[in-house]
Design a protein around this ligand. Structure first.
Ligand SMILES: Nc1ncnc2c1ncn2[C@@H]1O[C@H](COP(=O)(O)OP(=O)(O)OP(=O)(O)O)[C@@H](O)[C@H]1O
Ligand SMILES: [Mg+2]
Length: 354
């Protein structure tokens, strides 16, 4: 168990700049989930922490020790990959014991550690099997076991659940969460799945094109996204964005259709373009708000997702309780306390200046 600090990590592959200065402080025992779209640099960042990739600049500090430049084997971290990478010719026991044998641990110690990890993971009965005789979920447990027996300072997970079917994913996700809390090992978990991120992480790093767009708890990110990228990425269905212009000394935002929304305070200067964000679940049927034409209704049982269009043709999604929502015209109210206001030019979240 250890702290981890990333100090202004950059990485370029030739002329391709992949990471643009990522900094992060992780507390002992904390589970950090790195989430972002494909290609944003998640795996590259994780591999730099593991020592499998060399940073262009910056430093990695594990447990107060600067490990920049150290070989992977000297960093005391264990990585679990998407494809498990189990040795096909070895038994489950052999796979879990291999790293410890290489390090020359005595046999009784190896047996103790493998036995303990197998018990923890519920795979004691499988120790003699080969990987091909296991289900996907069981293989994933073996891959976890191999990381656990090393008793590392850090766990690094790179999309370890993406080869599993939806149901097993949910189950393994809960299992990893429980194990990580129980073992108390500081962990980085990479995923592009926002639900996985929200449910697993003590804190999330939302990455966007090689930057950390926001680092905060899942609820903070959901309630106060730092910019329109984070706002649109976290939450399902995605947040609606509506362009507007500030007036009345920055105290009112007026939409293209003429609807004037009082702001919680002075949000900027008159004439400034802003983006109003509203989550689909915060829209309510009613008059005096937006006029939308519902084009498609997705019933989800106790609620329904409505895909609609505003008069200017821009799309709007609403998630409403109840089942019977027909297509056609619908009035939707924007509760003022649920609005997110962003600067149209920079995309940054705006807070009221009084
Ligand atoms: N060895 C390499 N040489 C050149 N470019 C690379 C190399 N490794 C990664 N990249 C590029 O760096 C960018 C980030 O890659 P990375 O694998 O970190 O993304 P990711 O966020 O893990 O994506 P995914 O969700 O698809 O796994 C991509 O544009 C990728 O093409
Ligand atoms: Mg990746």
């Amino acid at each position: 168990m250890a702290t981890l600090a990333l100090r202004d990590i950059t990485k370029s592959f030739g002329a391709t700049h992949v990471l643009h200065g990522v900094s992060l402080d992780v507390a002992e025992g904390e589970m950090i989930v790195i989430v972002g779209a494909s290609g944003c640099g998640k795996s590259t960042l994780l591999r730099i922490v593991a020592g499998l990739e060399t940073e262009t600049s910056g430093a990695v500090v594990i447990g107060g020790q600067d490990v920049t430049g150290l070989e992977p084997a000297d960093r005391d971290v264990a990585m679990v990959f998407q494809n498990y990478a189990l040795y096909p010719h070895m038994s489950v026991f052999g796979n879990m014991a291999y790293g410890l044998k290489i390090r020359g641990l005595p046999k009784p110690e190896i047996e103790r550690r493998v036995g303990e990890a197998a018990r923890l993971l519920g795979i004691e009965a499988l120790l003699e099997r080969r990987p091909r005789q296991l289900s996907g979920g069981q293989r994933q447990r073996v891959a976890m076991g191999r990381a656990i027996v090393r008793e590392p300072k850090l766990f690094l997970f790179d999309e370890p659940l993406s080869n599993l079917d939806a149901k097993l994913r949910v189950q393994m996700r809960a299992e990893i969460r429980r194990l990580q809390k129980r073992l108390g090992v500081t962990s980085l978990f990479v995923t592009h799945d926002q639900v996985e991120a929200m449910t697993l992480g003590d804190r999330l790093v939302v990455m966007h094109q090689g930057h950390a767009a926001q680092i905060a708890t899942p609820m903070e990110i959901w309630a106060k996204p730092a910019d329109t990228y984070v706002a649109g990425f976290i939450g399902s269905p995605a947040m609606n964005f509506i362009p507007a212009t500030l007036g009345h000394g920055g105290h009112v935002a007026t939409l293209a259709g003429g609807l004037a929304l009082p702001m919680p305070g002075r949000m900027g200067t008159d004439g400034q373009g802003v983006t109003i964000g509203i989550r689909p679940e915060h829209l309510r049927p009613g008059m005096g708000g937006l006029e939308a034409v519902v084009e498609l209704v997705e019933p989800l049982g106790s609620e329904a997702v409505l895909h609609a269009r505003l008069a200017d043709g821009s799309p709007l999604t609403a998630r409403l309780p109840g089942i019977l929502h027909g297509e056609g015209r619908l009035g939707l109210v924007l509760p003022l306390e649920s609005l997110h206001i962003f600067d149209a030019a920079s995309g940054r979240r705006l807070e009221s200046a009084g």
